[in-house]
Design a protein around this ligand. Structure first.
Ligand code: FAD
Length: 338
């Protein structure tokens, strides 16, 4: 790990100014559960850390206003156990409580979660990784070096949204639930404030997979907002993984249902664990509109959610797994009391 300086500003304006002064090599840090990991693996090499956790007023949880508003510094565990979120938006609470471990959730922030980097083993194969066997090429880690995953062990890689340069999966659970519910992020930078849909925060890998987020240098996420919807009560985050706890998704589905007279008025469906970005499944949503939800229509919607999926050598199982994950999630959500 290379040496770095550390500052802990008290306001967002101070943090942005500190980032501007530090220039190249500056990085914000919040809970540190992702970034310190990357630094120890020698995958991230920041020269100046700007710790945002002392900034006041960025850790609030407000469920009383016109929208749900989560300060970027709210801890994952605090949002996951908020009584109103649990009752009215179980998809949000479950996406957080099924992520990482309790200790990590107590440290990690909901803003930092959005910007965590992929768990692709080839990407994490920096020189600091004690289990590294040589250093594999990775376009995300070293732009232009190639992608070892494409010809390598690709069991965990994406089946949706991949490019010739990168097949790495977007790892977070919470962004999948946020994308399903049309959430946005409030961003502050030296040029002022702006709002971005969470779906648009993630860039397609294309030929530049190292450029992952639609943020300019020095921009800070201050809050996440979620439109209120009656569909929130009939919602769930269904996550399938190799072990039932403390593991990233092989496939996951965030769904929320607005039902009227036994038929779907509006369905929200997004996929995790299978795509290079949190993946909104619009074809499934369209297919469900006006339908009576049965095991058959749920599975048809699950299959529609995987439209365009392409398997590599070892990850073909993910296509059927994800379709069934969506189908199961729809049935779970339907049974919930609105
Ligand atoms: C063993 C392990 C298992 C895990 N399992 C899961 C899992 O199953 N599901 C899951 O979703 N996650 C999982 N995680 C990831 C964990 O949820 C993230 O590490 C965590 O959410 C990151 O939040 P943080 O506050 O610690 O971010 P940090 O590590 O502090 O920062 C992460 C990134 O975000 C940037 N950043 C942070 N806050 C801001 C801000 N407000 N504005 C702009 N930039 C910012 C930082 O510069 C950095 O690039 C796991 C992590 C570990 C270590």
């Amino acid at each position: 790990m290379q040496p770095f300086t550390y500052t802990s500003p008290r306001s967002a304006a101070e943090a942005i100014a500190a980032f501007g002064r530090a220039g190249a090599g500056a990085s914000y840090i919040a809970g540190g559960t992702s970034l310190y990991d990357m630094m120890k693996l020698d995958v991230a090499r920041p020269r100046h850390l700007i710790d945002v956790t002392a900034i006041e007023g960025l850790d609030g949880i407000d469920t009383d206003g016109a929208v749900l508003r989560f300060g970027a510094l709210a801890r994952m565990s605090d949002v996951a156990r908020d009584a109103r979120v649990l009752r009215d938006y179980p998809v949000l609470a479950e996406s957080l409580s099924k992520a990482a471990s309790q200790q990590l959730r107590n440290m990690a922030t909901v803003g930092g979660n959005l910007l965590q980097r992929t768990r692709c083993v080839y990407f994490r194969n920096g020189t600091g990784n004690p289990s590294a066997v040589g250093v594999y090429p990775c376009n995300k880690r070293e732009p232009g070096s190639g992608c070892a995953a494409i010809e390598g062990i690709d069991r965990g890689q994406a089946v949706l949204g991949q490019s010739a340069a990168c097949t790495a999966v977007s790892p977070g659970d919470w962004p999948v639930a946020l994308v399903a519910l049309d959430a946005s992020v409030e961003i502050l930078g030296s040029g002022g404030s702006r709002t971005l849909r969470v779906a648009d925060l993630y860039r397609a890998p294309g030929t530049t997979p190292h450029l992952e987020f639609a943020l300019s240098p020095g921009e800070i996420i201050v809050a996440i907002t979620v439109p209120k919807t009656a569909a929130g009560r009939r919602s769930t985050y269904h996550k399938i993984r190799d072990r039932e706890s403390y593991a990233f998704a092989l496939a996951s589905a965030a769904v929320a249902l607005d039902l009227a007279g036994g038929r779907v008025r509006r369905a929200h469906v997004a996929l995790g664990g299978v795509a290079t970005r949190p993946w909104r499944a619009e074809a499934a949503e369209r297919m469900l509109a006006g339908q009576r939800l049965t095991a058959e229509t749920a599975l048809a919607a699950g299959r529609a959610a995987l439209t365009g999926a392409r398997a590599g050598r070892h990850n073909g199982f993910k296509i059927e797994l994800a379709a069934r994950t969506v189908a199961d999630a729809l049935m779970i959500a339907m049974e919930r009391n609105a």
